[in-house]
Design a protein around this ligand. Structure first.
Ligand SMILES: *Cc1c(COP(=O)(O)O)cnc(C)c1O
Length: 365
């Protein structure tokens, strides 16, 4: 079986370095918000090109804390794509604000800038852009809209570490950005972890306290804060793996390019990379077919594991019953037809070639 993603293989490449990280923290005797977290924050800010990076517990917290710091709450609306991973939307709901779902572009799967303006009301406070599947959103028009209506741009970079728009990395394309280092992401920890990047010093200062019980100085609480800290053991592992992120992304690009050039089957729609000064880091390689369940069975029978990112659109989730009767045709079409082929920095090119052969030989009957 060609696995969808071999996380063990990804991390065993760094076995010795990871064990060194564990020993270093163990021997430091300091296990919460120590030197390793500070070092990673400095390195990650440097990598993203931002003034600040702040480690937090996970990607959802990163989003939720940004919105909380910007005082986005009850009565406020935040624009978010209708086909994102549920965490983007939950971060808005968690603050008591209202997510306003906007349809994506069917070809790129990313937020369609032409559909944003019609969803803006006097209550709109921010646009939450999601660089879905690793492709950067078309930020030029989105920035113009945000400026025109005085809205914050918050980036969800959980799937796009290292992707670039007009020579700037994601994380540096809006007012603040959230990253997840969930193990399967392009930069993955060995557990939960996340970060916020920003150039906004006031936001940074607030968040610095907010993630740690609202405290700057021990036992003095400025805000009703959270406990959402990047784990001290994960920090040096992330610092070490950060050095390999660009080469890992390059390898993902090599696989994606091979798929794009070699898959040729009228039943399979390949993903599109948008025209413009933007890059794609291929967190997942998503194709579409109206014969999905039949095609998945065929792939499984041929020893290839696939996944669906994601099978149920957010507005059809039980968690959002109030939206279940709404209709988002593009999002619904995407969710009913997509599936993801294996892609990872440790895949054998022979396996990639085998996948292409199997996909090209697919016939519905
Ligand atoms: C993974 C992910 C998140 C959430 O990150 P966690 O670290 O799992 O909380 C948010 N948004 C998107 C788009 C993601 O893929």
């Amino acid at each position: 079986m060609i696995p969808f993603l071999d996380l063990k293989k990804i991390n065993l490449r760094h076995e010795e370095a990871i064990l060194d990280c564990v020993h270093k923290v163990l021997n430091s005797g300091w296990y919460i918000l120590g030197e390793e977290v500070k070092t990673f924050e400095a390195e990650f800010a440097d990598y993203c090109g931002t003034k600040f990076a702040l480690g937090v517990a996970n990607g959802l917290d990163a989003l939720e804390l940004i919105m909380r710091s910007y005082n986005i709450g009850p009565g406020d609306e935040v624009i978010v794509p209708s086909n994102t991973y549920i965490a983007s939307i939950l971060s808005i709901s968690a603050n008591g604000a209202t997510p306003v779902l906007v349809e994506p572009n069917l070809l790129t799967y990313n937020l369609d800038p032409d559909k944003i303006e019609e969803s803006i009301t006097p209550n709109t406070k921010a646009i939450l852009v999601v660089h879905l599947y690793g492709q950067v959103c078309n930020m030029g028009p989105i920035k113009n809209i945000a400026e025109k209506y005085n809205l914050k741009i918050i980036e969800d970079c959980a799937q796009a570490h290292g992707a670039v728009y007009a020579d700037r990395k994601v994380g540096d394309l809006g007012d603040a950005a959230a990253f997840s280092f969930y193990p399967g992401k392009n930069l993955g920890a060995l557990g939960d972890a996340g970060a916020i990047t920003t150039n906004d010093e006031n936001l940074y200062k607030d968040l610095h306290a907010l993630r740690n019980y609202g405290s700057q100085k021990k036992y003095e609480n400025l805000f009703k804060g959270y406990n959402s800290r990047l784990d001290e053991f994960q920090a040096p592992i992330l610092s070490m793996k950060l050095k390999y992120l660009d080469q890992d992304n390059e390898y993902r690009r090599k696989i994606a390019t091979y798929y794009l050039n070699s898959i040729n089957n009228e039943h399979i729609v390949l993903p599109s990379v948008e025209e413009g000064p933007l890059s794609h880091v291929w967190h997942v390689f998503v194709v579409r077919t109206s014969l999905r369940s039949h095609f998945i069975d065929y792939m499984t029978d041929n020893g290839i594991q696939t996944m669906i990112h994601y099978p149920i659109p957010p507005h059809k989730q039980k968690a959002y019953k109030e939206w279940n009767d709404l209709v988002f045709p593009i999002s619904e079409k995407i969710h009913s037809e997509i599936l993801s082929l294996p892609i990872s920095p440790v895949m054998d090119m022979d396996d990639v070639k085998r996948i292409v052969e199997v996909v090209n030989e697919y016939r519905p009957n």
